[in-house]
Design a protein around this ligand. Structure first.
Ligand SMILES: [Zn+2]
Length: 613
């Protein structure tokens, strides 16, 4: 019976459009290729042939036509795939009685939801009873045109019986069981939404599936959503998706916020590529839907601890779904995007454009300011390891491990990467066992900085794959950003430039020392390699160099670096002397061993007396 329908659908739909909605494809010869959605891969082995209207992956051997593709990617059976594609192609299907009944039920729920949206809109804008809703919108500075575009409405109290919508829809021929099926009324026949501002939640084509209702004043619950129905599933619902589609197509970036008002505020600020998960934390299904419309998300959640936790959870889901994520960090003075836009609309747009890669921000939050005391460093290292262990793919994880090492001032050869890998294996095991990933893992091995190699610790090397970041890099950063500090370091704090292991850092500090008072670092006096290093350090943000920073914090940080340079130099010198002692010929030499022991004792004693006490 459905062969005709299959042929008709195939004639109307192009496989490139169907698959292109899920996979980003590009032309390669007569084929279109992309990353296979059915197995994890880095290089495309998934190809689509437009002339033959088939797809095939030579990585996992998945293949077929649009029907097999939709079955596989949506996780549905053939009849459902047929329904999905028939709807898309505009083909009427003859159905089995059961499927027909289910389809009819869904269609009825869609009709009633649409009627309800119209009713709520009418109440909001045209009835005296809608006044509280209009007042709430005005308080939130929501423009009427915008509110109308989103079809915001108002659900009246409905008298003592609470049945305004029910009475309206029954007059339109609905029965109570249909209303309950659509989630518009409870089984007891009362309206689901009473005395609330209501936001219709639609599918991507704008069909209303359900509603989110915001209470007036302090009534509870503050937000109420349509319960699960045949058409509304909170795990897949995305508020604003229909209004964002055009902008998503153009930008391929989706901004994800927490609330209805945040979505409206983003539009007010000119950010139209925005959606919100409604009434739930961002789910895997929602992320999959977003990934069909965008190659990247910007998470912009509330600025409080709950918002941070939500962002962290969302990042984990995006990582699992291989969707690139950035985080827009709410400035401390604003609660959420809605509040920010009311005060600083342009600032919100800037915040979205300046959003930083997800793990950068999560590391900021998790590690905090890395102190200089060993136990502080250990704790920060442990927090960083626990965070990064949540990235399952070692290749994705690696650059972030290096970034964490840079922040922790750890050198190559440190135990840190091994520690992260072990914890990641534990997380993977826990996930495979069906549990949630452990929040924090125990057993804390010290991740103390490994002493610098005697050679230049990679500072002159501009290869970004190297995580040098030592106290020397900090000193160079101080000198680059405030050349006057170089003189202070040398003259007052006892820094001996010859103790510096990195020749590049030494040259930068020398140049800074030679700078005229009040002038910038004379970059032109530096060789190209040093200049590149200086340029990189000039944008390095150190909290102690901020204009409003505590000068004592800066001095402490500098003194700490000076001590480390000095200590590393002693170790380095001692090491060299000892190597020389051992290099002297002769098998057994008690005198030599005595000299080594004496030198080591001296080193320990020397280390106890840093410059300037
Ligand atoms: Zn494959």
């Amino acid at each position: 019976m459905s062969t005709d329908a299959v042929a008709e659908i195939k004639a109307r739909l192009d496989i490139l459009d169907v698959i292109g909605g899920y996979v980003s494809l590009h032309r390669s010869g007569t084929q279109h290729v992309g990353l296979c959605p059915f197995h994890a891969e880095k290089t495309p082995s998934f190809s689509v042939s437009q002339p033959r209207q088939v797809f095939h992956c030579h990585g996992c051997n998945e293949g077929g036509d649009i029907f097999s593709f939709v079955q596989r990617i949506e996780g549905v059976d053939f009849p459902r795939a047929l329904e999905i594609l028939a709807e898309r192609a505009g083909v009427e299907l003859e159905k089995s009685p059961r499927a027909a009944a289910r389809g009819a039920g869904r269609r009825r729920s869609l009709e009633l939801s649409e009627l309800s949206a119209k009713y709520y809109e009418y109440v909001l804008w045209s009835l005296p009873g809608g006044e509280p809703g209009r007042r709430l919108l005005a308080e939130r500075r929501v423009d009427e045109g915008l509110a109308r575009r989103f079809r915001v409405g108002f659900a009246p109290a409905g008298g003592p019986a609470g049945t305004a919508l029910v009475r309206f829809l029954v007059r339109k021929g609905a029965n109570l069981s249909e209303l309950a099926d659509a989630g518009l009324a409870g089984r007891g026949g009362r309206d689901s939404f009473r005395n609330r501002l209501v936001f219709p939640i639609s599918d991507e084509r704008g069909q209303v599936l359900g509603f989110g209702g915001r209470a007036l004043g302090d009534a509870v619950p503050k937000y109420l959503n349509t319960p699960e129905t045949g058409i509304y599933h909170k795990s897949t619902a995305l508020f604003g998706l229909d209004q964002a589609r055009q902008a998503l197509r153009e930008r391929r970036v989706a901004v994800v916020v927490e609330g209805y008002f945040d979505v409206l505020a983003a539009h007010t600020a000119g950010v139209a590529n925005v959606v919100a998960s409604s009434g739930t934390a961002l789910t895997r299904e929602q992320v999959r839907i977003i990934a069909r419309h965008a190659d990247e998300v910007v998470l912009c959640f509330d600025g409080d601890a709950a918002g941070r936790r939500a962002a962290e959870a969302a990042v984990e889901i995006c990582t699992a779904e291989r969707l690139k994520a950035r985080i827009g960090v709410m400035p401390a003075q604003y609660k959420d995007p809605d509040e920010m836009v009311r005060v600083d609309s342009a600032g919100f747009g800037a915040l979205i454009s300046a959003a930083r890669p997800e793990w950068h921000v999560l590391m900021d939050w998790t590690m905090g300011e890395v102190g200089s005391r060993p136990e502080e460093r250990r704790a920060a290292g442990e927090r960083a390891a626990a965070l990064l262990s949540r990235i399952p793919d070692p290749e994705v994880r690696e650059p972030w491990v290096k970034e964490a090492m840079r922040r922790l001032e750890l050198f190559e050869g440190s135990e840190f990467p091994k520690r992260v890998a072990e914890m990641a294996a534990e997380v993977t095991r826990a996930r495979a066992a069906g549990g949630r990933s452990p929040a924090r893992l125990s057993a804390v091995p010290p991740t103390a900085p490994v002493a610098a190699d005697a050679s230049d610790p990679g500072l002159a090397d501009e290869d970004p794959g190297h995580p040098p970041a030592s106290w020397e890099e900090f000193l160079a950063t101080y000198a680059v950003q405030r050349p006057a500090l170089a003189r202070l370091l040398v003259d007052e704090m006892g820094l001996d430039l010859d103790d510096l292991a990195s020749p590049a850092v030494r040259r930068i500090l020398e140049a800074a020392k030679a700078a005229l008072p009040g002038a910038g670092l004379p970059l032109h006096t530096l060789a190209p390699g040093d200049r590149r290093l200086a340029a990189r350090l000039s944008v390095h943000e150190l909290p102690e160099l901020r204009a409003d920073a505590d000068p004592v914090a800066l001095e402490r940080a500098m003194a700490d670096c000076v001590r480390r340079v000095w200590r590393a130099a002693i170790r380095d010198r001692t090491g060299r002397e000892i190597r020389e002692l051992f290099a002297t010929p002769g098998p057994e030499d008690p005198q030599r061993d005595e000299n080594v022991a004496a030198r080591l004792r001296e080193m320990v004693a020397e280390e106890r007396h840093p410059p300037r006490g």
